[in-house]
Design a protein around this ligand. Structure first.
Ligand code: AHR
Length: 524
């Protein structure tokens, strides 16, 4: 009952804030806070690598089969087996890079199972994820064709845990060789004449856990061995990614940078936002109390420290900055949805997830120098997905919209900001109410991203831009009346971005942010 009343109250506030968006500064919601931001347009920083907006698609639940691949004979509208609705939505998202085939699945994947006539491919058991049959219908050719369809670069994770050096070396030769080698000819026989470009190649995944339960010292030696034989034609060598640590750990970055002298272009790191911080009882994806809202956002913000601590290690051991830091799995992870196979990691995606995404992006931008790729887990139907499908229907999630809002930040030049914001607090927890990021995009326009974490109070932001003239700001905001507002296949437009604008007042740019919102505006 109490929660219901609170929700009605929040809805009214949100409507007021919505009016404020439209009227740009002329309506004041009941509870408003003042935030001031200084944008240093005169102090350009590092370029935000577009790959910071990368994705991850694993053979897990309905992530590949049903989510992307339905087969040519499916009733679901498809082109050569790929569902049209999902492909179109991903094209519109400007996905820069996709990591595949795992995850934990990668260290059990034998690439030869996924080539040649589909009816002859072996059926395996996906032991990590639900023990279901893996038909191998989606293999190397299907993934590479999918990447071409959505216009993305590829990041392939090789099998260290249960594979061999030879198997990995052969896979890369099969993919990239332009010679008349038997493997290159086998690829041609299987329908692909030209070699593919493989942009990134991972030597194993989570080798501290599902990828082999190794120590960093042991893995460092294995990496050296595998990387020696992973070969590609001149000028076509992918960037080679070492399997690194997770969460607060820095030991992997330390040991790898001390023990690997060549071939390592990046170290991978994983961090999942779990509301409770406890794997056994993580928290629900919908119907959660406000305590779990703030706790989730607080935990999402930990990524800042985890990156900073690892970057400090890299700066010490690799002062020339040769090794990048890839957060190649991140996102929310909730308790399994009742009635669904727990091993499929299907979860609802709400306004809370959109805020988690926005907070991560703002952090990633700050670390643009070393953080040159991240991959949200995962693209479709798994964990913090962009898209949820149900038979022939599909919904774009609030996370999809957050990614879409931030497209101008791909390849933009980071601009430092200073912010004075009140905190949003509940009980003993407290986080900054507003988080900000600014950059100059590739067209030269100034972009400003703002996340208002408070579910009750709008924020009036006055922005001072040093080093650029300011007239107005126009962009889009994602906001909703409830913390767990979401899109479903039957109500796919419940949470969608609307226009927002700000205007010059007393030399500053003034913008009103609705409660619990993510905004991106271009400043002119
Ligand atoms: O994304 C789900 C799983 O989380 C991945 O397979 C694994 O790498 C991580 O533990």
């Amino acid at each position: 009952m109490f929660r219901h009343r609170r929700r009605v109250k929040t809805t009214v506030r949100w409507l007021l804030a919505g009016a404020a968006i439209l009227l740009s500064g002329s309506v004041h919601a009941a509870e408003t806070t003042q935030v001031s931001v200084t944008i240093r347009a005169d102090q350009p920083g590092d370029v935000i690598n577009p790959n910071v907006y990368g994705q991850f698609a694993e053979h897990l639940g309905a992530g590949i089969y049903e989510g992307i691949w339905v087969g040519e004979k499916s009733q679901i509208p498809n082109t050569n087996g790929y569902r049209n609705d999902v492909v179109d939505a991903l094209r519109n998202l400007h996905v820069p890079v996709v990591r595949w085939p795992g995850g934990c699945f990668a260290d059990e994947y034998h690439w030869r199972d996924g080539i040649g006539p589909r009816e002859k491919r072996p059926v395996k058991v996906n032991t990590h994820w639900g023990g279901v049959a893996e038909t191998n219908a989606f293999g190397t050719h299907e993934f590479m064709a999918f990447a071409e369809m959505i216009g993305t670069k590829v990041y392939i994770s090789g099998n260290v845990g249960s594979g061999s050096v030879q198997e990995m070396a052969d896979w890369l030769e099969y993919l990239t060789s332009d010679t008349v080698s038997t493997l290159a000819n086998e690829r041609r026989k299987n329908g692909r004449d030209q070699p593919w470009d493989v942009h990134f190649f991972g030597i194993g995944n989570e080798t501290w856990g599902c990828g082999g339960n190794m120590t960093p010292e042991w893995y460092a030696n294995l990496f050296r061995q595998y990387a020696t034989y992973v070969k590609a034609p001149q000028g076509k060598r992918p960037k080679i990614v070492a399997s690194g640590g997770h969460d607060e750990h820095t030991v992997w970055a330390d040991v790898l940078t001390k023990n690997i002298r060549r071939d390592m272009d990046a170290i991978s790191h994983h961090y999942y936002t779990i509301p409770s911080g406890v794997w056994k009882k993580k928290g629900n994806s919908i119907g959660f109390p406000e305590g779990e809202w703030i706790q989730t956002l607080e935990r999402a913000l930990l990524i800042d420290k985890y990156i900073a601590d690892n970057v400090a290690v890299l700066d010490r051991n690799d002062p020339q900055g040769k090794v990048a830091f890839y957060v190649d799995e991140w996102g929310t992870w909730y308790d399994p949805e009742p009635g669904r196979e727990p091993g499929f990691l299907w979860q609802h995606n709400t306004m809370r997830d959109a805020l988690v995404a926005g907070l991560h992006f703002n952090v990633f931008h700050r670390h643009a120098k070393r953080v040159q790729m991240t991959n949200i887990a995962q693209m479709v139907n798994v964990l913090q997905a962009m898209i949820l499908t149900d038979g022939p229907k599909m919904a774009l999630t609030p996370t999809y919209h957050a990614f879409h809002l931030y497209i101008p930040f791909q390849g933009a030049t980071f601009l430092p900001t200073e912010i004075r914001t009140p905190n949003y607090s509940l009980g003993s927890r407290s986080i900054p109410q507003v988080s900000v990021s600014a950059a100059r995009d590739t067209t030269g326009a100034l972009q400003l991203a703002l996340v208002n974490a408070d579910p009750h109070r709008e924020a009036v932001v006055s922005a001072d831009v040093v080093g650029a003239q300011v007239k107005e700001a126009r962009g889009r905001v994602l906001a909703a009346p409830a913390m767990d507002a979401r899109n479903t296949v039957d109500q796919p437009q419940a949470v969608t971005p609307v226009k927002i604008s700000g205007r010059r007042e007393g030399g500053k740019l003034v913008l009103r942010l609705p409660p619990m919102s993510v905004s991106v505006v271009a400043i002119q």
